[in-house]
Design a protein around this ligand. Structure first.
Ligand SMILES: Nc1ncnc2c1ncn2[C@@H]1O[C@H](COP(=O)(O)OP(=O)(O)O)[C@@H](O)[C@H]1O
Ligand SMILES: Nc1ccn([C@@H]2O[C@H](COP(=O)(O)O)[C@@H](O)[C@H]2O)c(=O)n1
Length: 201
């Protein structure tokens, strides 16, 4: 199995890049694991308390479960990937049965922050977009798709997103084998990653 890690700040375009890569590959040859699925389960907290979680800090992520699932997939086992809701700020009761494939794509803001995850990745890709571009995309996306309002997005940006990005995400660019500049749609870079994958299939 070839494990490709795709990291980058919020709104850099990771999900979009993953979708562009995946849509050109046969469905039975690739599986996707998303960091969002591994936010800690917080059933014990009220909705009010969940809104106060710092979702951009590594301790918000259940890296033990993520490592266990990646290790199981590498060993050929099927795993139950949790499904996360950005509206309730919690895991839902659903799961995605994730089957081991020749290529596994792991995507998320903080994945290269964990040495255990870095060691599991064969290729590390960092998607870069400037902070102002990422904030604009985040405002639009979170209002349209994640049930937020402008006040929520901007407050979260100032209090956690920006400082956490500088402390925990941007420095992990140094671990990347490939950096994709993504202020604009970068089809050339996506094609290069696809070629690397095709060569390994
Ligand atoms: N290169 C790009 N140029 C303009 N908009 C983009 C680009 N890449 C992604 N987007 C848009 O920005 C938003 C965030 O992209 P997304 O892929 O969800 O980022 P991430 O997964 O890194 O948070 C989405 O609405 C997406 O359509
Ligand atoms: N309940 C949550 C959980 C996470 N977030 C934000 O999501 C961002 C990571 O996802 P991307 O698709 O943008 O990479 C991260 O910056 C968290 O702040 C959230 O808003 N609510």
């Amino acid at each position: 199995m070839l494990i490709i890690g795709i990291a980058g700040g919020t709104g850099s375009g990771k999900t979009t890049v993953v979708n562009q890569i995946v849509q050109e590959l046969p469905t039975d040859e690739v599986c996707v694991i998303r960091q969002d699925s591994y936010y800690n389960a917080t059933d014990n907290l009220s909705y009010e308390d969940r809104t106060k979680i710092n979702f951009d800090h590594p301790r918000a992520i259940d890296f033990d479960l993520m490592v266990a699932h990646l290790t199981a997939l590498k060993a050929g086992e099927i795993v139950d990937q949790p499904v996360y809701s950005f509206v309730t700020h919690n895991r839902t009761k659903d799961i995605i049965k994730t089957h081991p494939r020749k290529v596994l794509i792991l995507e998320g803001i903080l994945i290269f922050n964990s040495e255990r995850i870095r060691d599991l990745c064969d290729i590390k890709v960092f998607v870069h977009a400037d902070a102002d571009e990422r904030l604009i995309r985040r405002i639009k996306r979170d209002i349209n798709e994640r049930g937020r309002d402008i006040e929520e997005v901007l407050t979260r940006y100032q209090t956690t997103l920006k400082p956490m990005h500088q402390q925990f995400i941007e420095p992990t660019k140094n671990f990347a084998d490939i950096i994709i500049p993504n202020d604009r749609y970068n089809t050339v870079a996506v094609d290069i990653v696809r070629t690397v994958i095709s060569n390994r299939l």
